[in-house]
Write a protein that binds this ligand. Structure first.
Ligand code: GAP
Length: 450
């Protein structure tokens, strides 16, 4: 049997982004949107494996944040809301980045990220760009509703999912009969017209967020802020992010968003450095107060236990699904040297998130029929891949590279002794298991998916 020499898991900082991007394209996790037209900057498509990874992550989030708790309910709001929403939220006024253009090469940059601008390709003899003064650029993507394209029909694609939670707060609280403290959670697409999308899916123009808005009495805000930092850190540990790759970074007062009284980022160590994957904010009563003012509807609550009317304070947790998928891939990616100098690429994804849970491999095409019977039975409980092409070593490598925790091999002895070989991804250890016991053997090792 082969011997591993690489340390596990791989340090995400040592991984090269080009290897992750290449694996994602080659195996169809994530690739450029509209690829046949040359792609469109800042937009990405998830293929068959990517969509499974993303779906598993969203299901785990929903399970931990919504279903496991009696004090959180879910909702799914529309992407386009009333344009007044974005005046009330402050996005029309505040949601902008400083932008500069180079007069020579016509490229556009964020004024606060000029270190990455590089030499100007249009100015021979001078490596420098010829920048315009910085201008403020609103990041909201606009569209028009209805037949005319005038100012009155402008609408915005939401730049964050949470505003629907605030505008629907009163109705959702009433229908769910929740009392403060309680939360409303949502997963959905958000859109930002980023000046400089970069680092693969890390900063894109269309992405998914999983957000929780937790409404509390003002006197309890600090306790709940700490509670949610702990809960969310625990969640990321479950994803396999240990202290070496995940840290909590409190914001300095000058960094705080216009609505925030306190904030901490959960940062992951990507190959391009420590970067935010989740923000936890004490948003105060900013959102409910502003929506009350702009809509004329009173969004305060009456707490009969306290005998008091008040506007709840919001503790928000907001995680990027795409960024977390990218972090998962960086953390799981590993190239190991095997005995004999051979190497294998393995994605050490947590079994709960792996796109494929088990692969069924008949050693020869002649064994396909009995192996198909195992495949059909396992498909009722697990996400299964079928692979009958190529030598068995190569097929194991294909599954390692996409993070499949177990391979079930039906060989020439299987019909005689009624057993198959189950091979584990990380240790590459193999065990003979009776065919009728395969499903329960796997179920013991693969936690039921949320
Ligand atoms: N509602 C609060 C809010 O939207 P944010 O820090 O702007 O806060 C929260 O975004 C999370 O959304 C980030 O931590 C990140 O994971 C994700 N995110 C934000 N902008 C993104 C972008 N352009 N591309 C991918 N993910 C993004």
């Amino acid at each position: 049997m082969s011997v591993e020499t690489a340390e596990a898991p791989a340090a995400s900082a040592r991984v090269r982004m080009e290897d992750i991007v290449s694996l994602c394209a080659r195996r169809g996790f994530v690739f450029q949107s509209s690829e046949i037209y040359g792609g469109i900057n800042g937009f990405w498509d998830y293929g068959p494996l990517g969509v499974e990874l993303k779906q598993n992550l969203k299901s785990l989030w929903w399970q931990r944040v919504v279903r496991a708790r009696a004090d959180v309910v879910g909702m799914d709001g529309s992407i386009i809301g009333h344009p007044r929403t974005w005046e009330a939220s402050g996005h029309v006024e505040h949601f902008s980045d400083p932008m500069v253009d180079c007069r020579a090469c016509k490229r556009r940059f964020r004024a606060d990220q000029l270190d990455d601008a590089g030499p100007c390709p249009a100015r021979e003899g001078s490596s420098e760009h010829d920048f315009t003064p910085a201008r403020s650029f609103n990041l909201m993507l606009r569209t028009f509703i209805g037949a005319s394209e005038d100012a009155a029909s402008v609408a915005y694609l939401r730049p964050e999912t949470c505003q629907a939670i605030f505008t629907d707060f009163k109705r959702v609280r009433e229908v769910s009969r929740q009392r403060i403290p309680f939360g409303i959670a949502q997963i959905g697409k958000a859109f930002r017209n980023e000046i400089n999308p970069r680092n693969f899916t890390f900063r894109s123009r269309e992405f998914e967020q999983a957000e929780l808005e937790f409404f509390v009495h003002p006197s309890e805000r600090d306790r709940w802020f700490e509670h949610w930092i702990e809960e969310r850190t625990r969640f990321h540990r479950e994803l396999g992010f240990d202290e070496g790759v995940l840290r909590v970074r409190p914001h300095a007062p000058e960094e705080l968003a216009h609505y925030a009284r306190a904030a901490s980022d959960l940062e992951f160590l990507f190959p391009f450095g420590w970067q935010e994957i989740e923000g936890i904010h004490d948003r105060g009563d900013w959102d409910l107060r502003r929506h009350s003012e702009f809509s004329g509807k009173d969004l305060s609550v009456f707490d009969d236990r306290r005998g008091e009317h008040f506007l709840p304070v919001v503790i928000e947790t907001s995680v990027g699904i795409d960024r977390t998928c990218l972090a998962l891939l960086c953390n799981a990616y590993c190239v190991e040297e095997l005995e004999g100098g051979e190497t294998r690429t393995v994605l050490r994804l947590p079994a709960a998130l792996a796109p494929v849970q088990v692969a069924v491999l008949p050693l020869s095409k002649k064994l396909a029929e009995p192996a198909r019977r195992i495949d059909s039975e396992l498909r009722r409980r697990f996400h299964v891949a079928w692979d009958e092409a190529g030598n068995i070593g190569r097929r194991y490598r294909r599954q390692d590279e996409i993070g499949t925790p177990f391979c079930v091999t039906f060989d020439f002895d299987s019909e005689g002794d009624g057993r198959v070989t189950i091979r584990e991804r990380d240790t590459m250890e193999q065990e003979r298991v009776p065919i009728e016991g395969v499903a329960s053997w796997l179920a013991e090792r693969l936690e039921p998916r949320p």
